[in-house]
Design a protein around this ligand. Structure first.
Ligand code: MN
Length: 244
Protein backbone atom coordinates (compact mmCIF):
# COMPACT_ATOMS: atom_id res chain seq x y z
CA UNK A 1 0.00 0.00 0.00
CA UNK A 2 1.19 3.49 -0.81
CA UNK A 3 1.73 6.40 1.43
CA UNK A 4 -1.43 8.00 2.84
CA UNK A 5 -1.53 11.78 2.48
CA UNK A 6 -4.22 13.66 4.39
CA UNK A 7 -5.68 16.65 2.52
CA UNK A 8 -7.52 19.51 4.20
CA UNK A 9 -10.72 20.82 2.61
CA UNK A 10 -12.60 24.13 2.40
CA UNK A 11 -15.99 24.75 3.98
CA UNK A 12 -18.77 25.91 1.73
CA UNK A 13 -22.50 26.58 1.97
CA UNK A 14 -24.32 26.06 -1.30
CA UNK A 15 -26.60 28.66 -2.80
CA UNK A 16 -28.65 28.44 -5.99
CA UNK A 17 -31.33 25.95 -6.99
CA UNK A 18 -29.83 22.60 -6.06
CA UNK A 19 -29.51 21.87 -2.35
CA UNK A 20 -29.41 25.51 -1.15
CA UNK A 21 -28.05 25.81 2.38
CA UNK A 22 -26.19 22.49 2.18
CA UNK A 23 -22.97 22.61 4.14
CA UNK A 24 -20.11 21.02 2.24
CA UNK A 25 -16.42 20.35 2.61
CA UNK A 26 -14.83 20.69 -0.79
CA UNK A 27 -11.42 19.94 -2.24
CA UNK A 28 -10.25 20.95 -5.70
CA UNK A 29 -9.62 17.73 -7.61
CA UNK A 30 -6.17 18.87 -8.76
CA UNK A 31 -4.77 18.26 -5.25
CA UNK A 32 -6.01 14.68 -5.29
CA UNK A 33 -4.94 14.11 -8.87
CA UNK A 34 -1.43 15.50 -8.31
CA UNK A 35 -0.98 13.19 -5.32
CA UNK A 36 -2.32 10.21 -7.29
CA UNK A 37 0.02 11.01 -10.17
CA UNK A 38 2.92 11.20 -7.71
CA UNK A 39 2.03 7.77 -6.30
CA UNK A 40 0.27 8.54 -3.00
CA UNK A 41 -3.06 7.46 -1.53
CA UNK A 42 -4.88 10.76 -0.90
CA UNK A 43 -7.43 11.02 1.90
CA UNK A 44 -9.65 14.06 2.49
CA UNK A 45 -9.80 15.00 6.17
CA UNK A 46 -13.17 15.83 7.74
CA UNK A 47 -12.96 18.92 9.93
CA UNK A 48 -13.57 18.45 13.65
CA UNK A 49 -12.90 20.16 16.96
CA UNK A 50 -12.43 16.85 18.80
CA UNK A 51 -8.75 16.53 19.79
CA UNK A 52 -9.04 12.73 20.05
CA UNK A 53 -10.27 12.49 16.45
CA UNK A 54 -7.59 14.90 15.25
CA UNK A 55 -4.96 12.76 16.94
CA UNK A 56 -6.40 9.65 15.26
CA UNK A 57 -6.48 11.38 11.86
CA UNK A 58 -2.83 12.34 12.16
CA UNK A 59 -1.90 8.84 13.33
CA UNK A 60 -3.58 7.41 10.22
CA UNK A 61 -1.82 9.57 7.64
CA UNK A 62 1.86 9.61 6.70
CA UNK A 63 1.97 13.21 5.52
CA UNK A 64 -0.26 16.29 5.63
CA UNK A 65 -1.17 18.51 2.67
CA UNK A 66 -2.54 21.92 3.64
CA UNK A 67 -4.49 23.26 0.69
CA UNK A 68 -5.54 26.67 -0.59
CA UNK A 69 -8.64 28.55 0.43
CA UNK A 70 -9.82 31.64 2.26
CA UNK A 71 -7.63 34.04 4.26
CA UNK A 72 -6.29 33.14 7.70
CA UNK A 73 -8.13 35.14 10.38
CA UNK A 74 -5.79 37.99 11.43
CA UNK A 75 -6.70 37.54 15.11
CA UNK A 76 -4.36 34.52 15.02
CA UNK A 77 -1.40 36.85 14.42
CA UNK A 78 -2.66 39.64 16.62
CA UNK A 79 -4.05 42.06 14.02
CA UNK A 80 -7.36 43.78 13.40
CA UNK A 81 -8.98 43.07 10.00
CA UNK A 82 -7.65 45.27 7.18
CA UNK A 83 -10.26 46.70 4.77
CA UNK A 84 -8.94 44.45 1.98
CA UNK A 85 -9.01 41.24 4.03
CA UNK A 86 -10.97 38.50 2.25
CA UNK A 87 -13.37 35.92 3.66
CA UNK A 88 -12.02 34.09 6.73
CA UNK A 89 -12.92 30.80 8.43
CA UNK A 90 -11.53 30.69 11.98
CA UNK A 91 -12.85 27.14 12.54
CA UNK A 92 -10.84 25.84 9.60
CA UNK A 93 -7.80 27.79 10.84
CA UNK A 94 -8.08 26.26 14.31
CA UNK A 95 -8.49 22.76 12.87
CA UNK A 96 -5.42 23.11 10.67
CA UNK A 97 -3.36 24.52 13.57
CA UNK A 98 -4.32 21.43 15.60
CA UNK A 99 -3.26 19.15 12.75
CA UNK A 100 0.06 20.98 12.58
CA UNK A 101 0.64 20.57 16.31
CA UNK A 102 0.06 16.81 15.93
CA UNK A 103 2.30 16.65 12.84
CA UNK A 104 5.00 18.37 14.87
CA UNK A 105 4.63 15.91 17.73
CA UNK A 106 4.75 12.90 15.41
CA UNK A 107 7.34 14.52 13.08
CA UNK A 108 5.16 13.83 10.05
CA UNK A 109 5.95 15.73 6.86
CA UNK A 110 3.82 18.73 5.94
CA UNK A 111 3.38 20.42 2.57
CA UNK A 112 1.48 23.72 2.40
CA UNK A 113 0.12 25.27 -0.79
CA UNK A 114 -1.01 28.94 -1.07
CA UNK A 115 -3.20 29.36 2.01
CA UNK A 116 -1.22 26.36 3.33
CA UNK A 117 2.11 28.26 3.43
CA UNK A 118 0.30 31.04 5.30
CA UNK A 119 -1.29 28.63 7.80
CA UNK A 120 2.13 27.10 8.49
CA UNK A 121 3.71 30.53 8.99
CA UNK A 122 0.99 31.74 11.38
CA UNK A 123 0.87 28.43 13.29
CA UNK A 124 4.58 28.69 14.06
CA UNK A 125 4.43 32.34 15.13
CA UNK A 126 4.81 34.38 11.93
CA UNK A 127 2.47 36.99 10.44
CA UNK A 128 0.92 37.93 7.09
CA UNK A 129 0.25 40.95 4.93
CA UNK A 130 -3.54 40.96 4.85
CA UNK A 131 -3.44 42.38 1.34
CA UNK A 132 -0.58 42.93 -1.10
CA UNK A 133 -1.53 46.63 -1.27
CA UNK A 134 0.16 46.85 2.16
CA UNK A 135 3.50 45.86 0.63
CA UNK A 136 5.68 48.64 -0.66
CA UNK A 137 7.08 47.96 -4.16
CA UNK A 138 4.79 45.00 -4.78
CA UNK A 139 4.28 45.59 -8.49
CA UNK A 140 3.70 42.21 -10.06
CA UNK A 141 0.33 40.67 -10.81
CA UNK A 142 -0.02 37.98 -8.12
CA UNK A 143 -3.58 37.19 -9.15
CA UNK A 144 -2.85 36.14 -12.68
CA UNK A 145 -5.45 36.64 -15.36
CA UNK A 146 -4.64 33.40 -17.13
CA UNK A 147 -5.58 29.74 -16.79
CA UNK A 148 -4.54 27.98 -13.60
CA UNK A 149 -2.25 25.60 -15.48
CA UNK A 150 -0.18 28.40 -16.98
CA UNK A 151 2.81 30.06 -15.33
CA UNK A 152 3.07 33.85 -15.03
CA UNK A 153 5.81 35.22 -12.78
CA UNK A 154 9.26 33.98 -11.89
CA UNK A 155 10.69 33.15 -8.47
CA UNK A 156 14.29 33.26 -7.30
CA UNK A 157 15.18 30.19 -5.27
CA UNK A 158 17.57 30.61 -2.35
CA UNK A 159 20.76 28.55 -2.62
CA UNK A 160 21.12 25.63 -0.23
CA UNK A 161 17.39 25.20 0.36
CA UNK A 162 15.34 22.10 -0.26
CA UNK A 163 13.53 23.90 -3.08
CA UNK A 164 16.86 24.63 -4.76
CA UNK A 165 17.50 20.87 -5.07
CA UNK A 166 14.33 20.58 -7.16
CA UNK A 167 14.25 23.88 -9.02
CA UNK A 168 17.79 25.22 -9.19
CA UNK A 169 18.14 29.03 -9.03
CA UNK A 170 14.94 30.12 -10.72
CA UNK A 171 11.52 28.86 -11.71
CA UNK A 172 8.35 30.10 -13.34
CA UNK A 173 5.20 29.72 -11.23
CA UNK A 174 1.49 30.48 -11.38
CA UNK A 175 0.06 33.01 -8.92
CA UNK A 176 -3.40 33.29 -7.29
CA UNK A 177 -2.97 35.16 -4.02
CA UNK A 178 -3.63 38.58 -2.53
CA UNK A 179 -1.83 37.95 0.76
CA UNK A 180 1.76 37.06 1.60
CA UNK A 181 4.09 36.33 4.47
CA UNK A 182 5.17 39.39 6.48
CA UNK A 183 7.22 38.18 9.46
CA UNK A 184 8.57 34.68 8.91
CA UNK A 185 7.99 32.20 11.73
CA UNK A 186 10.94 31.39 13.98
CA UNK A 187 12.70 28.19 12.89
CA UNK A 188 11.82 28.73 9.22
CA UNK A 189 13.73 30.19 6.31
CA UNK A 190 12.58 31.77 3.09
CA UNK A 191 13.36 29.51 0.12
CA UNK A 192 11.86 31.58 -2.73
CA UNK A 193 11.11 35.23 -3.49
CA UNK A 194 9.29 36.82 -6.41
CA UNK A 195 11.22 39.59 -8.23
CA UNK A 196 9.17 42.21 -6.32
CA UNK A 197 10.24 40.73 -2.99
CA UNK A 198 7.18 38.67 -2.02
CA UNK A 199 7.91 35.46 -0.09
CA UNK A 200 6.91 32.57 -2.36
CA UNK A 201 8.43 29.62 -0.46
CA UNK A 202 9.40 28.73 3.11
CA UNK A 203 10.83 25.65 4.76
CA UNK A 204 11.56 24.38 8.22
CA UNK A 205 15.14 24.29 9.34
CA UNK A 206 16.23 20.87 10.61
CA UNK A 207 15.02 17.33 10.01
CA UNK A 208 11.23 17.73 10.22
CA UNK A 209 10.01 18.33 6.64
CA UNK A 210 7.63 21.31 6.65
CA UNK A 211 7.60 23.16 3.34
CA UNK A 212 5.26 25.71 1.86
CA UNK A 213 4.87 27.40 -1.51
CA UNK A 214 2.73 30.41 -2.36
CA UNK A 215 1.94 29.17 -5.88
CA UNK A 216 -0.25 26.24 -6.97
CA UNK A 217 1.97 23.36 -8.18
CA UNK A 218 -1.04 21.00 -8.31
CA UNK A 219 -2.19 22.80 -11.46
CA UNK A 220 1.23 22.48 -13.10
CA UNK A 221 2.11 18.80 -12.63
CA UNK A 222 1.00 17.77 -16.13
CA UNK A 223 3.30 20.17 -17.97
CA UNK A 224 6.15 20.81 -15.53
CA UNK A 225 8.24 17.87 -14.29
CA UNK A 226 9.73 19.84 -11.37
CA UNK A 227 6.22 20.59 -10.02
CA UNK A 228 5.41 16.88 -10.02
CA UNK A 229 8.83 16.41 -8.43
CA UNK A 230 7.72 18.64 -5.56
CA UNK A 231 4.84 16.25 -4.78
CA UNK A 232 7.09 13.22 -5.30
CA UNK A 233 9.68 14.46 -2.83
CA UNK A 234 6.98 15.26 -0.25
CA UNK A 235 5.66 11.71 -0.66
CA UNK A 236 9.17 10.29 -0.44
CA UNK A 237 9.66 12.10 2.88
CA UNK A 238 6.30 10.74 4.03
CA UNK A 239 7.23 7.21 2.87
CA UNK A 240 10.00 7.10 5.41
CA UNK A 241 7.24 7.38 7.98
CA UNK A 242 4.99 4.72 6.47
CA UNK A 243 7.80 2.24 5.87
CA UNK A 244 9.39 2.49 9.31
MN1 MN B 1 2.91 35.17 -6.56
Amino acid sequence: MGCIIGITASNDILSGESFPGSRRQIMNMEYGEALLLAGAVPLVLVQTKDPVVIEAQMALIDGLLLTGGVDVAPLFYGEEPHAQLGWVDADRDAYEFSLLRQAEELQKPVFGICRGIQVINVAFGGSLYQDLSQVENCQLQHRQKASRDSVSHSVDIIKGTYLAKLFGEKSMVNSFHHQAIKKIAPGFKVSAFSPDGIVEGIEREGAHFVLGVQWHPEHLVQKHANMLGLFRSFIKKSSRKCES
